[in-house]
Ligand binder design. Structure first.
Ligand code: 13P
Length: 238
């Protein structure tokens, strides 16, 4: 399983370092075999550790250049970061990244052989229009993305479930994940209000290969609780 922490705009360089020390200690003590990924803010990027992959939450699709406020692959290279989150709903809906920008980022970082965590998911009005509308929306987000890219991890994050405290229901997750798996047979994470109270249930569902966690990952002990829950889940090979 893959357990990924999206720290978003939280933690400083110093607090992220302590956070990583605490998660590292936990992983070592508990002999965790799952893949653990942390996406710190850009100011707290650092090299990956033995059992924790560090990923960038964002970067522009360049090595370097004149893109004020952005970082490119040169800045990521300094930390040997080779994992990136692309298409997160906050970048799509709050920061205005359209399909073109997202595709350009995907193509650029795929050309550099990054591991790409690619987020998809529908806003509430699409959800309310029904399952077919959800799948049409999600398929459009995947349009033009190379779904055979070897280092691709998908994350289904319904926009309405992010930060709301209200995760999608098991039925919703099962049906959307199963449909996405028919389109693209890559590891597929669920994200959106995953917390210790629902992690066991969500991570046990067929078609769920892990979780991308926001709020409940920002304190190391809360993230570790979810890692611990995941460890105890035995899933049949699909
Ligand atoms: P929450 O876990 O806070 O809902 O955030 C999910 C998310 O956006 C992960 O990328």
């Amino acid at each position: 399983m893959i357990l990924a922490a999206n720290l978003k705009t939280n933690h400083t360089r110093a607090s992220a370092a302590s956070y990583l020390d605490e998660v590292s200690d936990f992983i070592a003590k508990k002999e965790i075999a799952d893949q653990i990924v942390v996406f710190p803010p850009a100011t707290a990027l650092c090299p990956s550790r033995e059992k924790i992959t560090i990923g960038a939450q964002n970067a522009w699709s360049v090595e370097n250049g004149s893109f004020t406020g952005e970082i490119g692959s040169d800045q990521l290279d300094e930390f040997d970061v080779k994992t990136i989150l692309i298409g997160h709903s906050e970048r799509r809906h709050i920061l205005g990244e359209g399909l073109d920008i997202i595709k350009r980022k995907f193509d650029f970082f795929a050309s550099l052989e990054y591991e790409i965590f690619f987020c998809i998911g529908e806003p509430i009005e699409i959800k309310e229009a029904g399952f077919e509308a959800v799948m049409t929306y999600v398929e459009r987000q995947l349009d033009g993305i190379d779904l055979s890219y070897p280092s691709l991890v998908l994350a289904y994050e319904p926009v309405w479930a992010i930060g709301s405290g209200k995760a999608a229901t098991s039925d919703d997750i099962l049906s959307v994940h199963s449909a996405i798996k028919h389109i693209c047979d890559k590891p597929l994470l669920y994200g959106g209000s995953v917390k210790k109270e629902n992690a066991g249930n969500i991570l046990s569902l067929e078609g769920v290969d892990g979780a991308l966690i926001g709020t409940a990952s920002w304190q190391s002990d809360r993230f570790c609780e979810i890692i611990d829950i995941a460890k105890k889940i035995e899933k049949p090979k699909e």
